[in-house]
Design a protein around this ligand. Structure first.
Ligand SMILES: N[C@@H](CCC(=O)N[C@@H](CS)C(=O)NCC(=O)O)C(=O)O
Length: 239
């Protein structure tokens, strides 16, 4: 059984899609990053970087429970554990790794910064331009890559596709369409046609609703305040 300690953000949804795709038994333990659950000592034991997602595999290597943070590493772990969504052919497997790392190193951080500056720093035009332009460039890289293959790594659907999809959902707001990005749009439609992806989207909506009900009346934290968060981490981990 996989316990997913998480929230249905793009990084959380990557793991939910993988769990739904593999059919492995799993359950979601809600970690509300809006109310500061990520700084609770029990979460920091699983994820010392105070982020979601984290997993506990109750039947990990050697038959012992195993704990992990970092969504890319978790996807690799689940792919190896289940033998699914990781190509057997060596060249294709390395292609898959390149596109998985491309997601965790570029798509996630750059789209995340674009979201941050668009919503939090309305007057900072330099930062907004930098991350919006970079995000558009990354959509272009994806579109080019998908010009001569159905999926990001190869002819097979892999964890590179699973990792990338949840981050790309905001494409309409970024003006991405069939005319300028036809290959990306075909891939995105193929992703949304998958039953496991559809289940993920339904489960994500349910979890969001449950978490917002549970948070009613609780004080919210400002997760963008890096100084407050540094202090929260120090307080939570000081002996
Ligand atoms: N590199 C990490 C990034 C995880 C991450 O940034 N998680 C965000 C939500 S999507 C989070 O937990 N933020 C809470 C915080 O910064 O306090 C991964 O891929 O797992």
């Amino acid at each position: 059984m996989i316990e997913l300690h998480s929230s249905p953000t793009p990084n959380g949804q990557k793991i939910m899609i993988m769990l739904e795709e593999t059919g492995i038994e799993w359950r979601h333990i809600d970690v509300n990053i809006g109310t500061g659950d990520q700084f609770k000592p029990e979460h920091l034991k699983l994820s010392p970087n105070n982020k979601i997602p984290a997993i506990v595999d109750t039947d990990g290597p050697g038959g012992m429970p195993y704990t992990m943070m970092e969504s890319g590493a978790i996807l690799l772990y689940l792919a190896e554990k289940t033998g699914k969504f990781m190509p057997k052919d060596a060249r294709e497997r390395y292609d898959m790794l390149q596109w998985l790392f491309f997601q965790v190193a570029h798509v996630g951080p750059m789209f995340g910064q674009a979201n941050h500056f668009n919503s939090q720093a309305r007057n900072n035009q330099y930062a907004k331009d930098r991350y919006n332009n970079e995000s558009l460039r990354l959509y272009r890289v994806l579109d080019n890559r998908l010009g001569d293959r159905p999926w990001l790594a190869c002819d097979e659907y892999t964890i590179a596709d699973i990792a990338t999809y949840p981050w790309c959902k905001g494409h309409r707001d970024r003006g991405i369409d069939n005319t300028a990005f036809p290959n990306f749009m075909r891939w995105f439609a193929a992703m949304e046609a998958r039953p496991a992806v559809q289940r993920n989207n339904d489960i994500a909506a349910e979890i969001r609703e449950r978490m917002s009900r549970a948070a009613e009346g609780q004080p919210m934290i400002n997760i963008y305040d890096t100084k407050d968060n540094a202090e929260r981490l120090t307080r939570a981990t000081s002996r």
